[in-house]
Design a protein around this ligand. Sequence first.
Ligand SMILES: [Zn+2]
Length: 293
Amino acid sequence: MNKSKKIATLVMTFTVCSSIIITSCQSKPTSPTEPSEPKKATAETSQNEKATSDENQIQAIRAQFQNATPTQWGEKMPGIISKLPTNEKVIALTFDACGGKHGDGYDAELIQYLQENQIPATLFLNARWIHSHPELTKQLANNPLFEIENHGSEHRPLSINGRSVYGIKGTQNLEGVIQEVIVNHRLIEKTTGRAPRFFRAGTAYYDDVAIQVAKRLGEQIAGFQITGDAGATFNQAQVKNAMLQAKPGSIILLHMNQPRGDTAEGIKEAIPLLKDQGYRFVKMDPYIPTQPS
Ligand SMILES: [Zn+2]
C-alpha cells in the first residue's frame, strides 16, 4: 500500500511539469496516457498545480543543499543500495544502457534470451539511449519481465563540484545534479507511463551530497555488489565467473548496449548454473522498501 502511495505521489509530483526545466526532451510525441480532448480543461488545471508543487519542491532542495560540502566520493557508501535486503536465494540482474557515441547499441540476443527463459531484470536507461530507441523503450517497459529505471540524463558521475572519474566529467554543481536526475526521470515517465524509482549515475560514482539530492528528488540509488561485465569488456568466462560469485540478494551490474561484447554469452552460461544452485532472478522494485517521505 505504501509503495503504491509513494508511486502515486511521484507521478503527481513529476507529471507534466517539464515546461519549467526540460527543453531537450520535449521533441517526442506525448505518451499514450495523455488525456483525450474532453478531459483537457481539467487536466490542464491539475497540470498547473503539479507544476507548482514540483517547482516548489526543487526550490526547497536548492535551498537545502546550496552550501553543502561533500566528504565522500565513490561507488559504495551509505545511501547506495548494493544488495537486496533479503536472505532469499534471489539475484537482481541489472542492465545499463548508457547511450552516446559508443554506447547506443542494443544487445537483442541478450534480451531475447531473457525473454525466452523468463528471466526478470531491471534496465537502467540513459536519456540519450531512450532518444535513440523510443519504440524499443516502450516495448521493454510493456514487458512485465522488465522495469525501466534512471541511468541519468547525460551519463555523468553525480558530483556536486565537478569531480571526474575514468575521464568522464561529473556534474558541475547542485543544479547539474538536479538536472541529471530529473530530466531523464521525466523522459522515462513520459515514454513509459511509469516514473522510475531507482537512479544509477553514469560510471556509478557519487559524492555523498549528490546522493542525498537524488533521494530528495524521489529516487533511491541503485549500486551493485558484483561487476558482471566491466562495461561489457569482460570475455565470456569472466562474465560467467563474476556472476557465479553471487550471494543471496546480490545486485549484478551488466550492460545491454554493447552487442559486440560477450555479456550475453557469459550470462547464458551462468544463469543455468545459478538456477542449479537454487537461485532465481528478480526485479529490484519488489524487494526495496519505499524511502520515507
Ligand atoms: Zn552507463
